[in-house]
Write a protein that binds this ligand. Sequence first.
Ligand SMILES: *[C@@H]1O[C@H](CO)[C@@H](O)[C@H](O)[C@H]1NC(C)=O
Ligand SMILES: *[C@@H]1O[C@H](CO)[C@@H](O)[C@H](O)[C@H]1NC(C)=O
Ligand SMILES: *[C@@H]1O[C@H](CO)[C@@H](O)[C@H](O)[C@H]1NC(C)=O
Ligand SMILES: *[C@@H]1O[C@H](CO)[C@@H](O)[C@H](O)[C@H]1NC(C)=O
Length: 357
Amino acid sequence: MKPPQTLFLLLTLFLFYLLSGQKGVLVSAAHHHHHTQRHLFDWRPTKLFVFGDSYSDTGNNGKSVASSWKQPYGITFPGKPSGRFSDGRVLTDFLARFIGVKSPIPYRFRKVGAKHLKYGVNFAYGGTGVFNTLVLDPNMTTQIDFFQKLIKNDYVFTPKDLHSSVALVTVAGNDYGTYVATNGSVQGWQPFITSVVNQVTVNLKRIYALGVSKIVVTALQPLGCLPSSTAAFSFQQCNGTENALVSFHNLLLQQAVAKLNNETKNSFIILDLYASFTSVFKNKGDLGSIKFENPLRPCCIGISSEYSCGSMDESGSKKYTICKNPESAFFWDTAHPTQQGWRAVYSALQATLEELY
Ligand SMILES: *[C@@H]1O[C@H](CO)[C@@H](O)[C@H](O)[C@H]1NC(C)=O
Ligand SMILES: *[C@@H]1O[C@H](CO)[C@@H](O)[C@H](O)[C@H]1NC(C)=O
Ligand SMILES: *[C@@H]1O[C@H](CO)[C@@H](O)[C@H](O)[C@H]1NC(C)=O
Ligand SMILES: *[C@@H]1O[C@H](CO)[C@@H](O)[C@H](O)[C@H]1NC(C)=O
């Protein structure tokens, strides 16, 4: 794969889309809002339904295989591994708190009896995408099938429940990871990104058609800034080629969501992880108490390239190192923010989240 060629292709596409008269600006984290609006509407969310990948999974991955169930994951919260891909809370937990519900139960732990499902259900599985990826866990289509079955076969949620619900969708990073690992053809990127966004759109429409009235979907995080990409640059610099591809994905997503909103009385909101991650990198999360020395350097690192955070050898000795204070790091492992990282991102997303009301 020749990066300059990819970049050229992407810039050309970008210009084409900007010049074709489409609004190319993502809902910015710095968008202005009227906070008083919140009280003008009689709408209080009572449930949160979550779909997608490890950015929102709170325990669906299998205990025997997923790193999220190994030490030192969860050391900050809840104090032991909990199936979250972080030292503590993830985006789902922050969003749940924002809308005033408890973090919903992972689908895997659901039990018969509505009590467990009071705050909604988390269907997200780490490692998954809209299409099948390198893991065997359910893709987003299957996750929505689970949701549909709870509604249509098990009658667990009423239309009223769904109407007072919010859905969160974090997806597509693993689709691109899988593309790089299994194909990586430069010519193939543009049609592949288009097909991913088309599938995301189909999925969003399905969740809406099932009766959820507010659907929050993340614009893709800058994949080129994840430690897995920046390790080659000693965690000093992002991979611009990858970020250009992500920008193209986000542009198509923004257009698709604008179209959906025109058709559905503004039921969809983009949470721009690209802009919020980037602004946190720039200001080092300087929101008073939060400060990241080098925001690109992860806290928990394998001692060599064959190991990762949570790795152990046969004798049970650790094959990773962990920073002294996870609160001082934005990234936890090679792909995921720390709890403090998510807090900084959530803070940058506050204004957008107010649009829920
Ligand atoms: C999702 O997974 C199922 C089961 O593996 C598969 O049949 C289906 O084609 C996948 N959906 C998409 C959109 O890739
Ligand atoms: C890889 O990408 C090329 C170019 O788009 C495409 O023709 C081919 O089918 C892809 N192969 C796989 C295995 O996806
Ligand atoms: C940047 O990402 C592209 C696409 O994944 C890859 O081909 C390239 O090698 C990366 N560049 C560096 C310097 O790692
Ligand atoms: C919104 O939809 C209407 C028709 O339903 C169409 O005339 C209009 O151009 C659309 N606006 C945008 C911004 O897509």
